[in-house]
Design a protein around this ligand. Structure first.
Ligand SMILES: Cc1cc2nc3c(=O)[nH]c(=O)nc-3n(C[C@H](O)[C@H](O)[C@H](O)COP(=O)(O)O)c2cc1C
Length: 184
C-alpha cells in the first residue's frame, strides 16, 4: 500500500507524473483539461496536449491557435485551470495558473520544432468555432502567425491521491509560500 509521508515527496510524485505526461504519448497526463472563464463568466473546458512541465520555472505549457475562444477568453481574464486524473496512479492534479500568451518571435524556435504535418493545427479557415454550411467546409493551413504558446505560471497545486487512505495537499506560491496537507 503506497503512502506519502512527506509533502515534498507528494509534490515530487505529481511533477514526475506531469513530466511523464509530456514525454510519454501513452500517459493520460498528456491530455489535461484546460479551463478558462468565458466573457459571460462560465467556466469553459477543453482537452489539450501538455507540451512542457517545468518544475524549476514552475510552469506548464500548452500550444494553441490564437484564433480560438480560449485565447479570446484569456485576453480578458488570464486566470485558468488545468486538471488531470491519472487512474493508474490514482492521482488527481489541479493547477490554478496565470497565463501568458506567447506569439511571434518568442515562439519561433518551438514552431520550427513542430513536424510539418502537425503545423496545420495552427491555422483554420474560417476560425475555429465559426459556423460553416457543411461539415467539411473548412481548411487547415499551417500559419506560424497563428501559433501561440500558453505559458501557465502555477499559483496553486491541489493534489489528491486515492490510495487505501486518501491524501490531499495544497501548494501555493507567494510570500510566504504555503504547503499543507488538507482533509481529502
Ligand atoms: C486529445 C485532444 C487534444 C487536443 N489538444 C489541443 C491542444 O493542444 N491545443 C488546442 O488548442 N486544442 C486542442 N484540442 C482541441 C480543443 O479541445 C478544442 O476543441 C479547441 O482548442 C477549441 O477550443 P476553444 O474554442 O475552447 O478554444 C485537443 C482536443 C483533443 C480531443
Amino acid at each position: 500500500m503506497k503512502q506519502f509521508l512527506d509533502l515534498g515527496e507528494f509534490l515530487d510524485h505529481a511533477w514526475s507524473l506531469l513530466t511523464r505526461g509530456v514525454a510519454d504519448p501513452k500517459s493520460v497526463a498528456k491530455n489535461p483539461t484546460f479551463s478558462t472563464v468565458s466573457e459571460e463568466g462560465f467556466p469553459t473546458m477543453r482537452t489539450v496536449v501538455l507540451r512542457r512541465a517545468d518544475r524549476i520555472a514552475n510552469c506548464l505549457e500548452v500550444h494553441t491557435d490564437i484564433q480560438t475562444n480560449k485565447v479570446f477568453s484569456l485576453k480578458k481574464n488570464n486566470l485558468a485551470g488545468l486538471h488531470i486524473w491519472i487512474p493508474k496512479a490514482k492521482f488527481q492534479i489541479r493547477a490554478s495558473v496565470v497565463v501568458d500568451i506567447l506569439t511571434g518571435s518568442k515562439v519561433e524556435d518551438q514552431w520550427n520544432k513542430i513536424p510539418i504535418q502537425s503545423r496545420v493545427s495552427y491555422g483554420s479557415k474560417p476560425s475555429p468555432g465559426i459556423e460553416i454550411n457543411g461539415p467539411f467546409d473548412y481548411k487547415k493551413l499551417p500559419e506560424q502567425d497563428n501559433f501561440a504558446i500558453l505559458r501557465c505560471d502555477i499559483r496553486e497545486l491541489d493534489l489528491l491521491y486515492l490510495g487505501a487512505l486518501h491524501q490531499r495537499a495544497l501548494y501555493k506560491t507567494g510570500d510566504p509560500a504555503i504547503s499543507t496537507w488538507v482533509a481529502p
